[in-house]
Design a protein around this ligand. Structure first.
Ligand SMILES: Cc1ncc(COP(=O)(O)OP(=O)(O)O)c(N)n1
Ligand code: TZP
Ligand code: MG
Length: 259
């Protein structure tokens, strides 16, 4: 299913792919913003709380989602002790393909836990960085702790938060915008933004890459693409699907057809 010819991680428009070597794009920073933007295509978030009640494991879910072609992965274990999250990150890292994130394998980040992301990177795991929310450690401290080449994502849910994020484009790499619809996967989430408010938030967050999160399914792809989105981010759509591999494939195909 993970056909390299259809792979945004091997895409000819990707300035870092071999096939683009003849016409290199201008350098856009140490972490390559355009590569990260394209990796927003099919962003999968999960933790034990999302799959274990359904009789699945995080590792099996990740294996199947990789086969289906996800382009970005986030380990969001809530609640979780640091050591347990680190151990899960080790196991996930071991099944990720070798090579460059965004080209040969999905990016892989840890939710909230800058300490775990730091430890994982010290161990040489394929952990690219962290995704933090508005009340987590401020991103300037996250950047100082993780270094220049770590990937840092920030949650935004309003125009004001996006306006505050945009000037930090040298510190953060992308924003998650949501919830797009109401969600069952985050207890304290506000009501869904809907397409119009999403458009205003994504506009305010420019030039940062973004993904839409919260009740998102492949059916949303055309509307999200038309409103300035760079990709689709899901928990339930993949975790609750009869076939995780097929759901991941559907998510990615929907975005590739919509953008
Ligand atoms: C890609 C992405 N976007 C938003 C979130 C939500 O993060 P946050 O607001 O910190 O809430 P929790 O996920 O920590 O409950 C996310 N995790 N990923
Ligand atoms: C973590 C998070 N942040 C905003 S909505 C959300 C949950 C998304 O999960 P689902 O795809 O199941 O609605
Ligand atoms: Mg958080």
């Amino acid at each position: 299913m993970n056909n390299p010819t259809e792979n945004p991680m091997n895409d000819t428009q990707n300035p870092t792919s071999d096939s683009a070597a003849a016409a290199p794009a201008p350098f856009d920073g140490a972490r390559n913003r355009e590569r990260i933007r394209r990796a927003m295509t099919a962003y999968f978030v999960l933790g034990p709380q999302d799959v274990e009640p359904l009789g699945r494991t995080v590792l099996d879910a990740v294996k199947q989602a990789l086969a289906g072609g996800i382009t970005f992965l986030q380990l969001r274990a809530k609640p979780g002790d640091a050591g347990d999250i680190l151990e899960l990150a080790r196991q996930i890292s071991a099944i990720l393909p070798q090579g460059e994130p965004g080209i040969d394998r999905p990016y892989f980040v840890i939710d909230d836990r800058v300490d775990v992301a730091w430890a994982a990177r010290q161990e040489g795991l394929k952990v690219d960085g962290v995704h933090v929310g508005q009340t987590d450690l401020p991103v300037r401290h996250v950047r100082a702790l993780l270094g220049d080449d770590a990937v840092i994502g920030l949650s935004t849910g309003s125009v004001a938060e996006a306006q505050a994020a945009a000037p930090l484009a040298d510190i953060i790499d992308y924003v998650g915008i949501g919830p797009y619809h109401d969600t069952i996967s985050k207890a304290d989430a506000p009501d869904g933004l809907g397409a119009e408010r999403f458009a205003a938030v994504s506009r305010a967050a420019r030039p940062l890459p973004n993904c839409a999160i919260g009740g998102v399914t492949p059916e949303d792809a055309p509307q999200i693409a038309a409103n300035g989105g760079d990709g689709l981010c899901v928990i339930s759509f993949i975790c609750r699907a009869p076939s995780i591999e097929h759901a991941a494939y559907e998510l990615r195909s929907a975005w590739e057809n919509a953008r």
